[in-house]
Write a protein that binds this ligand. Structure first.
Ligand SMILES: *Cc1c(COP(=O)(O)O)cnc(C)c1O
Length: 436
């Protein structure tokens, strides 16, 4: 085994271009050989706690034999078939179960693609074409400042405010960026919310008839820096759009499948979104798959007797049977392992630690919802590459904890199988870093 891994890093350097990476800085990579439960193992056999669920996808821990078996069995039955003009049991069964889980059975349809960005592209295209099909074209999307919806061009356009996409500004379409009054522990922001809502209501009175849709990451804006807004703000914001029949898209790519304490974040609101985007944890974090759930009202606006009003969108691997089988197995695992119970347990443990950490002068804006904890590290720079975040992630990695701060925002989003003892260990290392 040792030989096999010996020059992995030099071979990587020769052949690979990594995501979100400045190769000119020559920063070291972690050569990973395996994973089990909440632990990742490198090629030297050192272990690391995966406190960010491998880019937010892993839910039940690494190396689950149930998922491996479900995928292998499915491949032997049916590996793949094109999804235009054909269907199969795993895709249909998964759509039924997603609609059941979202409470939308009989009220919505599932459109499959392969990742969070395409789930968003599909939602945008559905909202856009919906208006064109009605003979009242609209092209303006409303989005929230600090939002992130993926890296493809449409998804960048509605998420450009996150600051990742400055190099691509010339490629993107125009959007209306709405304010987000942020909240954190001990800081509700009702005055800020009321002012923002008044501003948005007057904007919609002026130009609501040009709005094709609103896209929101419900309750927590992830990649923009784990920014929290209140339930109250979210509900009122959506009401302003929905009472004008403007479709509301909930991007639950990160918040879906239990992260915020409910199975979907939107279930904490009284809002029924017109479109829901799901991906990341959908397969338990083992295969790429995504779903865009669209209301029957939107679906019906695409019906007609020729192709021109149909949704001309599809991907080679749409509804891949092995990925669907993984997603079905993952839904079973949620029940068997009581995911929401595990998230509640982690939440209690994290609340306890946050209480202590929150007293440290370097920690600002402590926040916690479900299994997601975040705070800002006081620092002069808030950019994505902020040095303090980099320092902490290096410090933690040397002590066997994998974290990836967003600029000066430190967050933990562990898999649901993470034990209290493992959480304690991660917080121990954060505490050590702060005392240094
Ligand atoms: C990660 C993410 C996406 C993009 O998903 P990819 O699978 O990385 O394309 C979109 N929206 C949200 C909220 C995300 O967190």
């Amino acid at each position: 085994m040792e030989d096999l891994f010996a020059n992995l890093l030099s071979r990587d350097k020769e052949a690979i271009w990594h995501p979100f990476t400045q190769h000119g800085l020559g920063r070291p990579l972690l050569p990973v050989a395996g994973g089990a439960g909440a632990v990742i193992r490198d090629t030297e056999g050192r272990e690391y706690l995966d406190m960010i669920s491998s880019w937010w996808v892993n839910l039940h821990g690494h190396g689950r034999p149930e998922l491996a078996k479900a995928v292998a069995d499915q491949i032997l039955k049916l590996d793949h078939v094109q999804f235009a003009g054909a269907t199969h049991e795993p895709a249909v069964r998964l759509a039924e179960r997603l609609l059941e889980a979202t409470g939308l059975r009989g009220k919505a349809k599932v459109f499959y693609s392969d990742n969070g960005s395409t789930a968003v592209e599909v939602a945008l295209k559905i909202a856009y074409q919906h208006w064109a099909n009605k003979g009242r074209p609209r092209r303006l999307f409303a989005t929230l400042e600090g939002s992130y919806h993926g890296d493809t061009v449409g998804a960048m356009s509605v998420g450009r405010s996150s600051g990742f996409f400055d190099s691509f500004s010339g490629m993107m379409f125009e959007t209306t960026v709405l304010p987000v009054p942020l909240v954190w522990k001990g800081f509700p922001n009702e005055e800020g919310e009321d002012a923002a809502l008044r501003e948005i209501a007057s904007l919609l009175d002026r130009s609501g008839d040009q709005m094709a849709g609103l896209i929101v990451e419900p309750l927590i804006q992830g990649a923009g820096g784990m920014r929290f807004h209140s339930l109250r703000y979210l509900v009122e914001l959506c009401r302003l759009f929905q009472e004008r029949s403007i479709p509301v898209i909930f991007d639950e790519v990160m918040t879906g499948f239990g992260r915020t304490g409910s199975f979907f974040a939107y279930q904490q609101t009284q809002v029924i979104p017109d479109l829901i985007c799901l991906s990341k944890g959908i397969t338990g974090g083992i295969l790429p798959l995504s779903a865009t759930i669209a209301s029957n009202l939107l679906f019906e606006s695409f019906l007609g007797d020729d192709f021109s009003s149909a949704l001309a969108h599809g991907h080679s691997y749409t509804a891949n049977p092995a990925a669907c089988a993984a997603a079905l197995c993952s839904l079973d695992l949620h029940k068997e392992t009581d995911s929401l119970g595990q998230v509640a347990r982690m939440n209690a443990r994290m609340a306890h630690h946050l209480e202590e950490l929150g007293r440290h002068p370097k920690i600002e804006h402590p926040r916690l919802l479900g299994g997601i904890l975040a705070f800002d590290l006081a620092s002069s720079s808030r950019s994505y590459s902020a040095a303090v975040g980099r320092e902490l992630s290096n410090f933690a990695q040397e002590r066997g904890i994998l974290m990836r701060p967003l600029g000066n925002v430190l967050y933990l989003m562990p898999p649901y199988c993470t034990s209290d003892e493992q959480l304690d260990r991660a917080f121990g290392v954060i505490g050590e870093f702060l005392r240094r």
